[in-house]
Design a protein around this ligand. Structure first.
Ligand code: HEM
Length: 408
């Protein structure tokens, strides 16, 4: 086991994403204990730890997230705050929305909104990809959910969803402001659900909005606030895919051979490429949990209530699973499937989706990324010289320039 400094919060903030893995490497272990914000915590990384963390038995998310993070991301009453049978039931609702047809529709909506946005921007010279893709994604996500665009102030909603992502790790006023704005967004989402139930809105029968509004647990539909929170649990992370799209654009600039291949319509490696984008670039750094049942792991006793943190980024860069992990090599994902290997490529959680908290949005993330890469290559937009560096000591990390595109 590694050393136990009194408190590692400052070191974590200073070093960012590589903090846990570099400590584990130095101590030759996958488990360390320290304190964060003065609270004792067990830090874990690697496939074995991911398997334990995501087996649906050992940990709960309740009381594990700092309040400032939880209230901006999943919030109370959401699928992520549930355990056991209640969690599995709610999770099935999300997974039922992610079928092949629904993913094709999402990709098609992304393309139609991307084309619309580029037509409107024609002649404007340049645009930041992060700004562009957020609007495109919000519009595509609303339509995919079954919400009529005319009924929504889309730029405003885009700003509100963006705040939930951008301000998640900034303590103090920016976070309070984002949380205050989120209350308004939650009220809007609950109102949309109520309008469906009262018959004032009629979304298409199998759309996410229709399914959410009609979903019943123990014979009763979800309270409108909870259904609204879950609606935001679709809209917010769909917008967050914009960060992966920026990273994909950076990868295409750094490795132009992939751009040439995809522009020529050769798509055999498109899926491996987007899987490597998800593995390689820094996004969701860690996942916290609290121990539900006492157990021993790698010679260390964890007691009920103990705080544990799994390193997603470090596990995705573990050389035991990914040789030469700091090289961008899509080839490593040829023939790969998460079903055969659910504990190594864990950018969006590990294990089986239905058993634990692994992200139900993985299929939509991959579908949108593939479509975004296709369109970036098809449209041959220029990427003028700019600072595309990505600082690993910032949460959430981003290309510094926001990826400016020119030639519009
Ligand atoms: C943008 C890229 C995304 C990243 C990096 C990401 C990351 C994650 C991670 C790490 C978790 C697991 C949290 C935990 O174990 O407690 C998670 C859960 C979740 N994600 Fe995603 N996600 C993304 C996209 C999406 C999308 C597009 C959707 C919806 C369409 C989505 C919906 C959810 C939901 C509802 C959960 C909670 C699942 C549960 O508690 O069982 N995510 N996500």
């Amino acid at each position: 086991m590694g050393t136990i400094p009194f408190d590692s919060t400052i070191a974590l903030l200073r070093e960012g994403y590589p903090f846990i893995a570099s400590r584990c490497d130095a101590a030759g272990t996958d488990l360390l204990t320290t304190r964060l914000m003065l609270r004792r915590v067990t830090l874990l990384r690697g496939a074995e730890a991911a398997q334990m963390f995501y087996d649906g038995r050992h940990l709960t998310r309740q009381g594990a997230m700092p309040v400032m993070v939880q209230h901006l991301l999943q919030d109370e009453g959401s699928v992520q705050s549930l355990d056991g049978a209640a969690h599995r039931r709610r999770k099935r609702l999300f997974l039922s929305l992610m079928g092949v047809g629904a993913m094709d529709r999402l990709s098609a909506l992304y393309e139609s909104e991307w084309d619309r946005a580029l037509t409107r921007l024609h002649g404007s010279g340049r645009v930041r990809l992060d700004h562009l893709s957020r609007i495109v994604l919000t519009r595509a996500a609303l339509r995919w959910c079954g919400i009529v665009l005319d009924s929504v102030d889309v730029p405003r909603l885009t700003r509100e969803l963006s705040l939930m992502i951008d301000e998640v790790a900034r303590p103090g006023p920016p976070n309070w402001y984002a949380r205050w704005r989120r209350r308004g967004t939650e009220a809007w989402a609950a109102g949309v659900v109520e309008q469906v139930r009262s018959g004032d809105l009629t979304p298409p029968p199998h759309s996410a909005l229709a399914v959410l509004a009609g979903h019943a647990e123990d014979g009763a539909v979800l309270p409108p606030q909870i259904a609204g929170v879950e609606l935001l649990n679709l809209l917010r992370p769909l917008l967050a895919v914009s960060r992966f799209i920026e990273f994909a654009a950076v990868a295409l600039v750094r490795h132009p051979q992939w751009r040439e291949e995809f522009a020529a319509g050769e798509e055999a490696d498109l899926e491996p490429f987007v899987q490597e984008v998800r593995r390689f670039f820094p996004f969701f750094p860690v996942v916290p949990g609290r121990v539900r049942v006492p157990f021993r792991f790698q010679g260390h006793d964890l007691r009920v209530g103990d705080w544990a943190i799994l390193d997603l980024y470090g596990t995705c860069h573990d050389p035991r699973a990914f040789p030469d992990p700091d090289s961008f090599r899509p080839e490593r994902f040829r023939g790969w499937s998460w079903q055969e290997d659910p504990f190594t490529h864990i950018a969006q959680g590990a294990g089986r989706h239905e058993d634990d908290h692994r992200c139900p949005g993985e299929w939509s993330t991959v579908a949108l990324l593939k479509q975004a890469v296709r369109l970036l290559c098809r449209d041959e937009l220029e990427v003028p010289p700019q600072d595309l560096s990505i600082r690993l000591d910032r949460f959430p990390a981003a290309p510094r320039s926001g990826v400016v595109l020119a030639g519009l």
